[in-house]
Design a binder for this molecule. Structure first.
Ligand code: 13P
Length: 252
């Protein structure tokens, strides 16, 4: 089965217009200048989606958002609907990032609802899961991740409309990463949970990204793991050279 590597950048709450434009243009130029086997995705903040879309014109880099509301429209002050994102040219949205699960108390049920709404509007989702340090230290990593898969991934998920991102919370922005053996163990367990929920054929085709302190120096060993199908990159996606260097380490 072929799972095309996805190299995704989550810019989080970073970049004003000038900085974001420059970063996207640099990445676009580098992606155009070289032959890559992988797919690319950039998820800037909502405020820059329209601007960055223009910078990515003529490239194969997809545009994504970092969150979405589950309602089609209406009285939801400050929220953004799935159709608003497709209207801006988004192909993807991240859902259930730990920074939203923790900072905004987002539950598996809410994330599931958001995913259903996004898929209905034609958006692909990157659904994030991952354990806290305490959960890891208590040996609960696999159980936590499998529970998040069962709760957050909707029944309508397919290998086309859904990508999973395993991001251990303690590895985000810390420079720490699990061992490659630990990453492979979790990804394989996540795929088993997906098989139980969606069937083996879908699970075998669904991409599972690793996220958490991915950088050029550790990208090769992480991306080479059998159940790692790409990376969701925070800090290193804000430097064009680093983002591209990670992609250059994708398996051919
Ligand atoms: P860092 O790459 O900065 O650790 O962030 C990972 C992340 O949270 C991507 O969604």
């Amino acid at each position: 089965m072929v799972r095309k590597t996805l190299i995704a950048g989550n810019w989080k709450m970073n970049c004003l217009t000038q900085e974001g434009t420059q970063l996207a243009k640099e990445i676009a130029a580098k992606v155009k200048a070289e032959k890559f086997d992988c797919e690319f995705l950039i998820c800037p903040p909502f405020t820059l989606l329209a601007t960055i879309k223009k910078c990515l014109r003529g490239t194969k880099i997809a545009l994504g958002a970092q969150d979405v509301h589950f309602a089609e429209k209406g009285a939801h002050t400050g929220d953004i609907s799935p159709l608003m994102l497709t209207d801006l040219g988004c192909k993807y949205t991240i859902i259930g990032h730990s920074e939203r699960r923790v900072d905004h108390q987002e539950s598996n049920e809410l994330i599931n609802q958001k995913a259903v709404a996004a898929h209905k509007a034609g958006l692909n989702t990157v659904i994030c899961i991952g354990e806290t340090l305490e959960e890891r230290e208590n040996g609960r990593t696999i159980q936590v991740c499998q529970n998040e898969i069962f709760g957050s991934v909707p029944d309508d998920a397919t290998a086309k409309n859904t990508v999973i991102a395993y991001e251990p919370i303690w590895a985000i922005g810390t420079g720490k990463t699990p061992t490659v053996a630990d990453v492979q163990e979790v990804h394989s367990a996540v795929r088993k949970a997906l098989a139980k929920k969606l069937g083996k054929s879908t699970a075998d085709k669904m991409r599972i990204l690793y996220g958490g302190s991915v950088k050029p120096s550790n990208a090769k060993e992480l991306l080479a793991l059998p159940d790692v199908d790409g990376a969701l990159i925070g800090g290193a996606s804000l430097k064009a050279d680093d983002f591209i260097a990670i992609a250059q380490n994708a398996p051919k």
